[in-house]
Design a protein around this ligand. Sequence first.
Ligand code: ZN
Ligand code: ZN
Length: 338
Amino acid sequence: MVSANDVDRLFLQAVLSRGLMSTMLARVLWQKSVSAVNASNNALNLPQSDDDESWIAFMDRINGSIDKLDLQLRTIHDESSGKEMCALVNLKGDEIAQLATDYAPLEIAFFKAIVEQIMLAPREAFSVSSIASLRELHAAKINMTKSQAEVVLASFVAKGWLLKSRLGRYSLASRSLMELQPYLKSTYPDDLLECTICTEVLTRGVACCAPNCKVRMHTHCLATFRRSKTGTACPSCSKAWPKDKPLTPVGEEAAREGDDRKRRVRLDSVDDSDEDDASQDDPPNSPPKKGGRLHKRKNNNTQDSNMEVDNENSEQDEAQPTQTQTQRAQRTRRSTKH
Ligand SMILES: [Zn+2]
Ligand SMILES: [Zn+2]
């Protein structure tokens, strides 16, 4: 017998099969689920109200019932358009399990390596060139040809995990920002930024022009803020924000020529193959640590956390095992393994 619960079931099936979608579409699917259930059992006569309040109540009810599965229906605003998007998110996803149904482990390793270069890009550029993306094949020792990698990259874009800009730079698409947020938060806690206005994650937008100020805003949030009475100065440090001058960019616009020449590695990253070597101490006469500057991404333009690894160095990895060991020893073991 068809019951009111079938609305939830129909709706969840629709959301699962579509992945990330606009909230507007999600609401249409919700209404269609109600109509379908009413049509198969006239006696039910479920109310067909689609106002905001009913939608929020419906989302709460859905979340209440999928909570025990560590799933949650969440919304996020698309960073470029400001449009509200909606998807089912796995709350326990501190690994990139979401990609496992579509990609082989090697391809997931490639994805993670690209995400790392995006997250650690200097100047809060949160993007990486295609040349630097392909360099990860060698640097992260991923056994894939360039042309295979190009196909996989195109698929990451087609499936909504990455965005490719007109200049050919890759950045995280809304789907990644939403579905991989637990992974991004646990892996890059000091690098993931938050919008001062909407408090959602931020990888493109603007930064306050004061050097030590942490205020960041999405472009659409800035537009709203600018229209407010206090919209002429920074909400945190009160620095005047001239209307005719753009604020400091966050995202691809912040990238400069040559930024991609060096790849960056998390100081606390230890992959499985390094596990055995990582505990070794530096040899007594080890050279000074190269670029191992550990300061956290706290302010604009000066943040350059994590380690820069020269491309040349990684080329030498195989030839000079002692240097490799030194590099490995420079990374500290992650203590937050679950
Ligand atoms: Zn925002
Ligand atoms: Zn400020």
